[in-house]
Design a protein around this ligand. Structure first.
Ligand SMILES: Nc1nc2c(ncn2[C@@H]2O[C@H](COP(=O)(O)OP(=O)(O)O)[C@@H](O)[C@H]2O)c(=O)[nH]1
Ligand SMILES: [Mg+2]
Ligand SMILES: [Zn+2]
Length: 125
């Protein structure tokens, strides 16, 4: 799943072991054997071996947009009820990103955002 990889990126001294993903199942093999929490900013990040898949089904789609703060700003100009998906007419995010507003990384971020909300099966954000 990449939990330990993320923890290593967020906590430079963590040195968490990262493992291999089974090519057939797409699942990891629980490389981490311990649960450890690290202080990050004003919160905590916990690396645990006990989670092997990840879903966002319990997350409100609008919260996903809010977490992409650069895209959320652009979305203020979107038509009411815009899905922000590739087929959305006049999506202000797509127009701005295509025009280069956020540079090359903007295209990657829009793609990541669209894949996340597609996973949720949302109709409106
Ligand atoms: N393609 C891809 N591989 C990743 C990503 N994050 C982690 N990995 C790889 O997935 C494997 C498992 O990562 P790990 O951090 O040990 O997962 P954990 O078991 O959830 O802690 C390692 O081989 C990582 O290099 C990612 O974002 N993309
Ligand atoms: Mg791990
Ligand atoms: Zn939009």
């Amino acid at each position: 799943m990449g939990k330990s990889t993320l923890v290593n990126a967020l906590v430079p001294d963590a040195n968490r072991a990262v493992g291999h993903v089974n090519a057939v199942t797409g699942r990891g093999r629980h490389t981490s054997s311990s649960t450890i929490s690290y202080r990050v900013g004003s919160g905590w990040v916990v690396d645990t071996p006990g989670v092997r898949s990840f879903g966002l089904g319990h997350i409100d789609p609008s919260k996903i947009l809010a977490s992409f703060t650069d895209l959320a700003t652009l979305a203020e100009e979107c038509p009411r009820g815009c899905t922000h998906l590739p087929d959305a007419p006049d999506c202000a995010i797509a127009e701005a990103v295509t025009a280069g507003a956020l540079g090359e990384v903007g295209k990657l971020r829009l793609d990541s955002f669209q894949r996340l909300i597609t996973t949720l099966g949302s109709t409106s954000v």
